[in-house]
Design a protein around this ligand. Structure first.
Ligand SMILES: *[C@@H]1O[C@H](CO)[C@@H](O)[C@H](O)[C@H]1NC(C)=O
Ligand SMILES: *[C@@H]1O[C@H](CO)[C@@H](O)[C@H](O)[C@H]1NC(C)=O
Length: 199
């Protein structure tokens, strides 16, 4: 009996190791756990991109107000933001707004709430703020967003130096390729990937 248990534990550990091997290289977090954080830094060497959902719960809270800000480590770096999924049914009372420094990027109300299909922006500054506000009433799951550093000042975006040139000409870190998140904005970093995820 004990031997069987040991066997199961070992098998389980091996599985965990395998899974973490295949794990996407960009991590993921929940916005409602980071409210008020104005200094989430993306850095080309350490953290070139990430992905987040509004909440780890199946639905977000009513009367909820949350804001987070990303900053690029270098002044020449920009961001590619892709709203991979949006499900904010209590529209327009509940909404997401995305600011490129102080410029509202998703001006169209159809990109602030509702259930639009995936859309993306490339910023012109190295600071982006996400603000989510909900009123009372029906709640839904919110959204999932991928964000990546974009390196417009890197000439030709060379793969051999750790960059990946998206079809739409965004230049992102090669580390974000094949991590299942749409970091390019046009999904070209997720094409031609093998089953395990990593090329
Ligand atoms: C903001 O988030 C970053 C990245 O996760 C973390 O390192 C930092 O400690 C946070 N700052 C605050 C004030 O919560
Ligand atoms: C959300 O919070 C911000 C900052 O605390 C405040 O300025 C804003 O008015 C709030 N919005 C709502 C709808 O409560």
């Amino acid at each position: 009996m004990e031997n069987i248990n040991l066997f199961l534990v070992l098998t389980f550990l091996i599985l965990i190791v395998r899974l973490s091997d295949a794990k996407p290289s960009s991590d993921k977090f929940f916005m409602d756990k980071m409210c008020g954080n104005e200094s989430i830094i993306l850095d080309g060497d350490f953290k070139p991109g990430t992905s987040f959902q509004l909440t780890s719960n199946s639905k977000y809270q009513p009367n909820f107000n949350c804001s987070i800000k990303f900053r690029a480590a270098q002044s020449t770096q920009r961001f590619v933001i892709t709203i991979e999924r949006m499900n904010i049914v209590n529209c327009p009372n509940d909404y997401l707004r995305i600011y490129d420094s102080s410029t509202l990027l998703n001006k169209d109300i159809k990109q602030q709430c509702g259930t639009p299909s995936s859309f993306s922006f490339t910023t012109t500054t190295g600071q982006v703020t996400f603000t989510f506000t909900s009123g009372p009433g029906t709640k839904s799951s919110g959204f999932q967003i991928a964000i990546a550093l974009h390196f417009p000042a890197v000439p030709a975006c060379p793969q051999n130096l750790g960059f990946f040139l998206c079809k739409n000409k965004n230049c992102i870190s090669k580390k974000l390729q094949c991590d299942t998140y749409n970091h390019c904005g046009d999904f070209t970093d997720e094409l031609s990937c093998s089953m395990v995820g990593k090329k």
